[in-house]
Design a protein around this ligand. Structure first.
Ligand code: 5GP
Length: 191
């Protein structure tokens, strides 16, 4: 997606350890006009998939998914939670996820009442690095007996291998910007 790539080149900052900071338009301050175009592009790529629910993970996936949902007939968005709270009661689907950016393992959790075998799910997230967040969400969709139509990612860092793991799990993956390298502080996109 050319608009997104240009924005990454203009405003993205390469940090230590292969991290790309895009907090001026995606991860902290959000450019909702850009997010709307991102949602439109996800719809174009998954057109005809008869999505009934969009699943994402807190926190950065929420804004992306909520805006994208409006391009899918305003289907419900469910965001998996990373911490247990009193508001999260009843039966839960859970999966373990190791966070690349924070270097911790946590349980992602989603209430069983919101997802079941009748659903066709699109999973959306901001970044794909080593694939742990997506594999956790795919696991939850499978636990629910729902159909996974695929995953939509805003920025995939191809060099960290997560895309290969998701495809090896038999899941369709659509990434709007695919980065091949962040070496020497420079963003290089895959061809
Ligand atoms: P994975 O589970 O694929 O290793 O990492 C995906 C998650 O880690 C995303 O949900 C995202 O929040 C975070 N993440 C991974 N790499 C980056 C990065 O380069 N920049 C930012 N801002 N977040 C990242």
């Amino acid at each position: 997606m050319e608009l997104l790539k240009q924005r990454i080149l203009r405003d993205g900052q390469v940090k230590e350890g292969g991290v790309l900071k895009v907090d001026s338009f995606l991860n902290h301050q959000m450019d909702v006009t850009l997010l709307n175009e991102i949602g439109r592009e996800f719809r174009r790529r998954f057109d005809g998939a008869a999505i009934t629910k969009i699943v994402t993970i807190e926190a950065s996936g929420i804004g992306i998914a909520a805006i994208a949902a409006q391009h899918f007939g305003s289907v419900p968005v469910i965001f998996a939670k990373k911490t247990r709270s009193r508001n999260l009661d009843g039966a839960l689907y859970t999966a373990k996820v190791h966070s690349f950016t924070k270097d911790i393992t946590y349980d992602v959790q989603l209430s069983k009442k919101f997802l079941g075998p009748q659903d066709t799910v699109l999973i959306l997230d901001d970044f794909l690095a080593r694939g742990q967040a997506l594999l956790g969400l795919i696991d939850i969709v499978r636990q629910a007996g729902a159909q996974c139509a695929g995953c939509g990612i805003v920025i995939e860092k191809q060099q960290q291998g997560g895309g290969a793991l998701v495809r090896a799990a038999g899941v369709r993956l659509e990434s709007l910007a695919v980065i091949a390298s962040l070496e020497n502080g420079t963003v290089t996109f895959a061809q």
